[in-house]
Design a protein around this ligand. Sequence first.
Ligand code: AMP
Length: 395
Amino acid sequence: MQKIDSYNFSNKKAIIRVDFNVPLDENFNITDPTRINSAIPTIKKVLNDNGSVILMSHLGRPKASEEKFSLKHIIPYLSEVLGVEILFANDCIGEEAENLAKNLQAKQVLLLENLRFHPEEKKGDKDFAKQLSNLADVWINDAFGTAHRRHASTAVIAEYFSENKMFGYLMEKELSNIDKLLHKAERPFTAIMGGAKVSSKIEIIESLMKKVDNLIIGGGMTFTFVKAMGGNIGASLVEDDKLEIAREILTKAEKNNVKIHISTDAVIADNFANDANTKTTVVHEIPNGWMGLDIGSETEANFAKIINESKTILWNGPVGVFEMDSFAKGTESVAKAIVDSTENGAFSLVGGGDSVAAANKFNIVDKLSYVSTGGGALLEYIEGKELPGVAAVRA
Ligand code: AMP
């Protein structure tokens, strides 16, 4: 398998699948450029070798060609961070893209318009992938966020680059950090699973059950577990069709010797709003009409103790509605405990959109061992599934 670091891109055209799916405000300003920044080392490597770069990405979920999902909005920022002019093709395939690619000189960068303006991208259409491949000599996959999708640009295109294909630096870093967590975890290994729903986390919880010593459960899914155990949860978020699965998870954990830690107290509110009336109660005695929106201080202390005693930590999902300041304290305390533990030598990996947003909100991104750019891709890789975007490079 080719490695980006030892590959010489001199006089080569590299087409790089990046994840430039950044959030934009109503004036098309980038509100969080993390994903673009993460791809810069790979782009610079090709340029420094005297190669030329063709960038392809998706942005948002367009139904057809839509101005608000155009990648041209990111040109000013990209040009600024790379310090070069960015050429732009208004369509990712076709004559204009072909001519621009053909005439591309060493150290030049060409950005292609949103791949998802063509439905063929998500369908993994072979002919579409071939047209993209014709633009370049080498394919680099550096889009971890979409590696769990078998799309034309993330996987199918590999067929047209038998030897000249590789991971970019970001993909290499993602895979080595997650592999470390999966295969070289020092114990105790603690996973903190939060977020809204159990349903989106069942598979990952089941697979973690074979790996971790402690499973901390927080966030909205807490209440499905509490109800499954016979507690009163008032108006808290619940998935009534998942009560049986919650019970099964609890039984399985006992069998596997995994300690499950669920909140003992909760900050409850009479309304899903930052200015709602609030109080703290035991988690299984929430009055009617009230909902649990954060962990209470007893739970904060319990969770912090477990996290501080851990040598490996995986954090996915906030333990409360951290977007509202009134219910952010629990998530902040979990974040702080992870930082403390990391400072004491633990390996901490944080991933999944909302935990990364929380890590950003509490300014701790630099104090964690690794922050993954993947949401679904991260979870599927941990679940042990083969990611098409990874398999395509390794094949
Ligand atoms: P997920 O995408 O499943 O990780 O869910 C993240 C979302 O879960 C965040 O937007 C949180 O506000 C939300 N969340 C966390 N705790 C709760 C809770 N107790 N009740 C309702 N939503 C919650």
